[in-house]
Design a protein around this ligand. Structure first.
Ligand code: FAD
Length: 311
């Protein structure tokens, strides 16, 4: 929050990158290399998503540890609280604490697909706000806690006003910033920010930005998240849909324009859903003139141990 205040005072945007744990050992090593290269772009932090249960959630803890302690990256660990016993949540928080990670994105998590209606674990947490409360109770102010915001509503179809109230409850429980679901319509986002402010949500709101990699992925993600795609975007992208290079270039221009409008509205932190890829995010940052010059680039890390991620 302090860095954001500085960036607002200097009117200089800052940004962060989201990554997810890859499925293979080789994928993990490749991602570390990419994370290290993307570190040179100067993100405020990187975050690692969470998959409830099993190997991938252990991998999140491990990646947070490696990113913090080996690569020197400030990290934010996503943590969901459903479908998991409370002990597992505590174990993950302890791991983050031990690794020196000071940021948690506290989430409820998706309901399991096979169940029509989601049921809370009787020994666990029900909503993200319960996890926020738990973290505050256990760790005081040690962690900066982010929560998820939904400018275009939630999949569960909760009424927008009620969803906003639930967001406020998460903030009142101790969250220090909000990261939003991806969107492509800036008007919807800015209108939603106004509504958040009107009901007394004062913490920073960080827009989730999804760069465009290919036309198919763009359409798929828009459909998954049910976000509104401005017709002008389709008019520009649809005619070149089979040309990945053209899609990336036009996509860059559209996303840059969208980010610039957000910055012009006084919101100075952009959070990029990298999808573990560097190019499209880098192109957007270049378009916004946010790539640091050589003398500002972080020096390469001298020590690169073999970490043996050979799963
Ligand atoms: P909550 O804020 O708990 O809300 C869930 C639902 O419960 C909402 O409909 C809300 O209105 C309702 N609700 C809340 N409080 C109450 C109440 N008191 N009474 C009645 N209803 C209530 N998922 C993952 O599995 N891993 C990730 O790493 C991950 N990262 C994400 C990152 C971002 C930025 C975003 C936006 C989402 C992410 N998700 C992730 C998805 C998220 O877990 C799902 O969207 C989930 O369905 C909702 O999580 P939440 O934290 O927003 O839940």
């Amino acid at each position: 929050s302090q860095k954001l205040a500085e960036s607002e005072a200097q009117k200089k945007p800052i940004f962060s990158f989201e990554f997810y744990p890859p499925k293979t050992g080789q994928g993990v090593q490749n991602l570390y290399d990419r994370m290290d290269r993307m570190h040179a772009l100067g993100p405020q932090f990187i975050d690692i998503t969470w998959n409830a249960g099993g190997r991938l959630s252990n991998l999140t803890c491990e990646m947070v540890n490696v990113a913090q302690s080996v690569y020197g990256l400030e990290t934010c660990m996503h943590l969901t609280c459903t479908g998991m016993p409370k002990e597992k949540v505590d174990e993950a928080l302890k791991e983050a604490y031990k690794a020196g990670c000071t940021n948690i994105l506290a989430l409820r998590g998706d309901p399991p697909r096979e169940n029509e209606k989601w049921e809370a674990d009787p020994n666990g947490f029900r909503y993200a706000k319960d996890l926020v409360k738990h973290i505050r109770k256990t760790y005081g102010d040690y962690f900066d806690i982010a929560v998820a915001g939904y400018p275009e509503g939630s999949e569960e179809g909760t009424e927008p006003e009620l969803l906003l109230q639930h967001l406020k409850e998460k903030v009142d429980a101790g969250a220090t910033f909000i990261i939003t679901q991806m969107f492509y319509d800036v008007d919807i986002f800015l209108d939603w920010v106004k509504k958040c402010r009107a009901i007394g949500i004062t913490v920073p709101i960080v827009p989730g930005i999804m760069p465009i990699h290919t036309y198919a992925a763009f359409m798929r993600r828009a459909s998954w998240t049910k976000c509104h795609v401005p017709p002008r975007w389709l008019e520009r992208l649809e005619p070149v849909k089979n040309d990945d290079v053209a899609v990336r270039e036009i996509g860059r221009d559209l996303v840059v324009e969208m980010c610039q409008r957000i910055i012009d509205a006084g919101i100075y932190h952009l959070h990029f859903y990298t999808m573990n890829l560097a190019t499209a995010t880098r192109m957007v940052l270049e378009g916004l003139n946010l790539i640091p010059t050589l003398d500002q680039v972080h020096p390469p890390l001298p020590f690169r141990p073999s970490l043996g991620f050979n799963r």
